[in-house]
Design a protein around this ligand. Structure first.
Ligand code: M6R
Length: 342
């Protein structure tokens, strides 16, 4: 089921975004009025596990496009963090199942504090969908594998729609930039197909690494958010010990865990920060670690010069990098688990 669901992602993303694109714009006015969005003082994004990781990517994108502050909080922490909420706060709860107890409790807490709540859920009629003020359904279809893949991708696509819609309402984005992001969002399903058609290459690389006992992921900004998801997926299904770090944090202690041949996956897809991440990759190599780079086609040469092997994704707008780069990470985890007989 996991492989089947990985392969279903292009269609799942198309189905999810299609109802919300009207006359060349991301239009969520059926769910949130333009005035409600204009008056927002802040977003909270609340979720667990992979759905939380979607929130970590969404924070970068929402703040970048709409210039509204975003707090991303683990649902299990939300009730205890004394959130600063008023009627102009939108609490976005993300959940595939719509039944995760901590996320449901977060919806209740947010409502009791007077916030407007928006659920991004995959299961119509689920508890979180019923109890939230507003709902956007992801159209991933039933997700049978416990390791989420297509739900993650559809949730991410909805958060990009939300960022575009909020930017439109608040007038924070030039038309050319708006069009560039929207066009790249529409291109995601085809670019995903391109990555999936190369899955044998990822399988070949996974075969070389399936007997590792520790695998680290590093990245900066959205690449860090992606590292969190890559690491979770890998440990969840392969039982390999794995950690994800913001690349700049390595030198503050963690680097001592890197010894000869430790595999470190450097997610370096974000052009603006690629050299910074590569400088951390060099620190890993200085200790004898083995670096696998994940980057875009146009950054291939720069990243290949520093890494021991490389996987690439098609070029896209930075807001959509996570939507593409998560696929090789899912496939890598899947094949590693398969080779380990998990
Ligand atoms: O159904 P939810 O999205 O609320 O579930 C939250 C997490 O349990 C979930 O995302 C979990 O981390 C994934 N199954 C990991 O692959």
């Amino acid at each position: 089921y996991m492989l089947k669901e990985i392969m279903e992602q292009p269609d799942a993303v198309s189905r999810t975004i299609e109802p919300w694109i009207k006359e060349g714009r991301a239009d969520l006015s059926e769910v949130l009025s333009r005035d409600e969005v204009k008056n927002l003082s802040r977003f909270y994004i609340v979720a667990c596990g992979s759905s939380y990781h979607v929130g970590v990517v969404a924070k970068y994108n929402l703040e970048k496009l709409a210039r509204i502050p975003v707090e991303v909080v683990l649902a299990s922490e939300f009730r205890y963090c004394n959130p600063i909420i008023d009627k102009n706060t939108l609490v976005v709860c993300i959940s595939q199942s719509g039944e995760t107890a901590d996320t449901l409790e977060a919806v209740r807490e947010a409502k009791s504090l007077g916030a407007l709540t928006l659920a991004i859920v995959n299961v119509e009629g689920s508890s979180i969908a019923r109890e939230s003020d507003r709902v956007i359904l992801t159209k991933a279809g039933p997700e049978i594998a416990v390791a989420t893949t297509k739900a993650y991708s559809t949730q991410l696509a909805v958060t990009v729609l939300l960022a575009l819609y909020a930017a439109d309402c608040c007038g924070t984005l030039e038309k050319t930039e708006y069009d560039a992001v929207l066009n790249e969002l529409l291109a995601v399903p085809d670019k995903m197909k391109q990555i999936l058609s190369d899955k044998e290459n990822i399988q070949r690389i996974a075969y070389q690494h399936f007997d590792n006992e520790d695998i680290f992921f590093i990245g900066r900004n959205i690449d860090y958010a992606l590292s969190l998801e890559g690491s979770l997926k890998l440990k969840e299904i392969s039982y390999i010990h794995s950690e994800a770090y913001a690349a700049g944090e390595l030198k503050h202690g963690t680097i001592s865990l890197v010894v000869k041949d430790t595999l470190v996956i450097a997610v370096a897809s974000y052009g603006l920060l690629v050299d910074k991440t590569l400088s951390n990759a060099k620190e890993v190599q200085a200790r004898g670690g083995h670096i696998m780079g994940i980057t875009t086609e146009s950054l291939r040469e720069r990243v290949a010069a520093v890494t021991d092997e490389i996987l690439t994704i098609p070029d896209t707008h930075e807001v959509l990098l996570a939507s593409l780069a998560v696929l090789p990470l899912q496939l890598f985890a899947y094949y590693i688990a398969l080779y380990r007989g998990c």
